[in-house]
Unconditional design. Structure first.
Length: 254
């Protein structure tokens, strides 16, 4: 709970530094949906909301954290943005064609959220989780992951680990619940973010593991990352592209 509630304290930084999502990934997530009404669930400051709007979706955003919701409303005043959570969605039955969650689905209590998501989805509707992960097939990115440590680059933050960690993310953690969604599909789409060493450090500083880390340990971790980036020719000077993938887990409501 401490991790999932840590982001509000850094809402402006999150809005400034976190990446958006690859449009191709969002289109793939929405492809089987019966219509264009989309719920961005756990919308944060609206990173996925913006991409959904760009591909022509009719977006409603729902976010539980007041600071994150305020940033979303400031950045996206044209979007209907509501206070709520995956476990208590403030929408009527069968009112959306797709529910998408950007770097948020792993926080949901699917034993409660699964039935609630199924309730608001129209028949044949889509549930999709999207995660931006680091492309560790690139040598310097793999080195960054090693230097940063597991509190910063976690179990869903590189492609192979993401596939293993999220294959059952649409299921309740405890067994015994009735199936509400079909078989999962997973796919990854190339993405990138223009960064400098300073802005990449600021981006990583918005990770939950760092936000909740004791200050001395946090400073030491960020210092290691800065030293690594200063020592690599790809990142030592000026702007560079951070190689990523937008990875998608997609299921349909039964």
């Amino acid at each position: 709970m401490e991790l999932s509630s840590s982001f509000g304290s850094a809402a402006p930084e999150y809005a400034e530094h976190r990446p958006d999502y690859a449009q191709e990934a969002v289109r793939w997530a929405l492809d089987p949906a019966p219509g264009r009404r989309v719920l961005d669930l756990g919308a944060g400051t609206g990173k996925l909301t913006g991409t959904l709007a760009a591909v022509g979706a009719e977006v409603t955003a729902v976010e539980p954290d007041p600071a994150m919701l305020a940033e979303l409303r400031r950045a996206r005043p044209e979007v209907r943005a509501l206070s709520g959570s995956a476990e208590r969605i403030p929408l009527p039955d069968a009112s959306v064609d797709a529910v998408l969650a950007g770097n948020a689905m792993h926080w949901f209590d699917m034993a409660v959220a699964g039935p609630e998501i199924a309730r608001v989805l129209a028949p044949g509707g889509v549930l999709a989780g999207l995660w931006n992960v680091l492309d560790d097939s690139v040598d310097w990115v793999a080195g960054l992951a090693r230097v940063s440590g597991s509190a910063v680059i976690g179990p869903r933050d590189t492609p192979a680990a993401w596939r293993a960690e999220t294959a059952g993310a649409h299921l309740p953690r405890a067994g015994g619940a009735a199936a509400r969604f079909g078989s999962p599909e997973q796919e990854g789409f190339p993405h990138a973010q223009r960064r400098t060493a300073d802005s990449l450090v600021a981006t990583l500083a918005t990770r939950a593991g760092l936000l909740t880390m004791p200050e001395r340990e946090r400073a030491a971790t960020l210092g290691r990352i800065r030293a690594f980036l200063a020592g690599r020719p790809e990142t030592a000077e000026g702007e560079f592209m951070l190689p990523m993938l937008t990875c998608v887990l997609r299921v349909q409501r039964l």
